[in-house]
Write a protein that binds this ligand. Sequence first.
Ligand code: PSU
Ligand code: MN
Length: 305
Amino acid sequence: MLDNSYLEINKEIKLGLMKNKPIVALESTLISHGLPYPENINVAKLSIDAVRKNGSIPATIAIIKGKIKIGLDDKEINILGQNNNVHKVSRHNLSIAISNKHHGATTVASSIYIASQLGIKFFATGGIGGVHLGSEKTFDVSADLSELSRTKMFVVCSGAKSILDLDKTYEKLETLGISRIGFKTNYMPGFWYYQTDKKVDFNFTKINNLVNFLKIHESLNQHSSVLLFNPIPKNKAIEKKNIDKWINDSIKKAKNNSIEGKELTPFLIKEINSLSKNKTLKANMELIINNALLAGKLAKNYNSN
Ligand code: PSU
Ligand code: MN
């Protein structure tokens, strides 16, 4: 269990956990390192509203002055959105952030680790991390994947981020025992674009059937998370061929500037937002909020079934 002395859970969530209310955890790296200011603050608040709108309790996770916070107030969201000293915190540097009393934005990996320790079942993000292009040389594979295989969460996302090697990411998910479930899609989504050519393990078209499946996964006591793919709405999606060009150009720039490790994902996203004249930024915002909505709905249904 997590040591209480490093943990601050807000009242509503604490009560919700005690009374077994539906709760959806949200991450904070997308606030501090995935989206620019002030869009990041808007998305953080709109995702919270989206979870609430569908009858669940939102639980955004972050580290503020070395404390793990579950449920953030406006002041804390502002710190994450505006302060330049917010570290990107995954599993490998979680304890470091706490011992140095840093501000930290938690990635999918560290957020689901913390959420699952607390008994929260549902989580929403935009796109998960995965296997990077050129990983055969760099070995750069997001800790999101290994963490998904160690936790038991239901994770709503629009696939893995388009900048990644999505074919390899898809295979790696299977290797790690992580179910790739579509909600109203036969193919794994491509984050900013509607779909890849990778088939989902199953496509559920009805919330009730999906919730029944999640209950079965839970009762089999499989110690791995389920990925629930919710594609970006078709009319908001960007064409893959446009995205591919922006990705190639931004990867070249990253190489020329020796950007690697945890800086790589935020750098590429920022570059592509600028190359696309913020079309990707708009798409990113849409899909994050759309995923929070679905997670809120699923958590609520899961609890009342
Ligand atoms: N989803 C988004 N934008 C983001 C991220 C997800 O729409 O910025 C973040 C998540 O926090 C994810 C992280 O865990 O990017 C992956 O980073 P890396 O590739 O360094 O593991
Ligand atoms: Mn990485």
